[in-house]
Design a protein around this ligand. Structure first.
Ligand code: SF4
Length: 243
């Protein structure tokens, strides 16, 4: 059984779109968004996957979500059927933190032998072998201090070492102000991420904020040799579910 996030109609958040971020930006894909996360980022744009009623950790919206109406449980077989019905060759598994449901994901992918798979993870956990063998690309987004998570929860050396030495892994850092890049440089020094595998992406949930931040972020990418990621889905659809 998988625990999925819900869309605006209360159905499972499984949909076709173009990938909006990172190295596969622009590729048509199927998306599967799972519920639950082990971190709590203050600027998280999918707080409905984890910031449930009673959770007093801070979040920019000061809003909590009803767990019952924002989660849906489906069998692996049903999820696979819904993904196949979208007719896409590539699947993005996102969240929340999808690797919290690794055993069920491995069972899901048994039903999808011909699909290319990307997993988006916060980098605090790794896939067990039964799942790892099916992953073509990891989009790892370690959370910096401005996320509000303590480093001892968000930046786990053993996990980051594992991803840094995996050529399938790309790193995507969310940047809200120029000073955040200093922390990325320190991590780059410590973990020796592969050239071309590090993206800086502006934090923002509207086009105006993204465009304003991209102006200074582009210069910092040029200066330090990082790649820059936009958030294409925000420009196209705004901060909405199922997109
Ligand atoms: S790790 Fe990702 S899903 Fe979890 S709180 Fe942070 S931004 Fe949201």
């Amino acid at each position: 059984m998988l625990i999925l996030a819900t869309d605006d109609d209360g159905g499972p958040e499984i949909f076709a779109s173009v990938q909006g971020e990172g190295p596969s930006m622009g590729i048509p894909v199927a998306f599967l968004r799972l519920s639950r996360c082990n971190l709590a980022c203050v600027w998280c744009d999918t707080a409905y996957t984890w910031h449930f009623t009673g959770d007093e950790r801070p979040h920019r919206l000061n809003e909590t979500f009803n767990r019952k109406t924002n989660q849906i449980r489906l069998s692996e077989q049903e999820v696979a059927q819904r993904i196949l019905a979208l007719g896409q060759k590539r699947l993005i598994i996102t969240g929340g933190e999808p690797l919290l449901q690794a055993p069920a994901l491995a069972r899901l992918l048994d039903y999808l032998p011909d699909i290319t798979v990307e997993i988006e993870t916060n980098g605090t956990t790794i896939a067990p072998p039964s799942l790892d063998i099916r992953i073509d690309q990891f989009n790892v987004s370690p959370k910096l201090a401005h996320s509000g998570n303590p480093a001892e929860l968000a930046l786990l050396p053993e996990r980051l070492d594992t991803y840094a030495t995996d050529q399938r892994a790309f790193f995507k850092f969310v940047i809200a102000e120029p000073g955040n890049v200093e922390e990325v440089l320190a991590l780059q020094e410590r973990y020796c991420f592969r050239p071309g595998h590090v993206f800086l992406m502006p934090e923002g949930t509207n086009s105006a904020t993204l465009r304003e931040r991209e102006k200074w972020l582009a210069s910092l990418c040029v200066k330090h040799g990082f790649r820059m990621s936009d958030r294409l889905h925000i420009h196209l659809f705004g901060d909405t579910r199922g997109t």
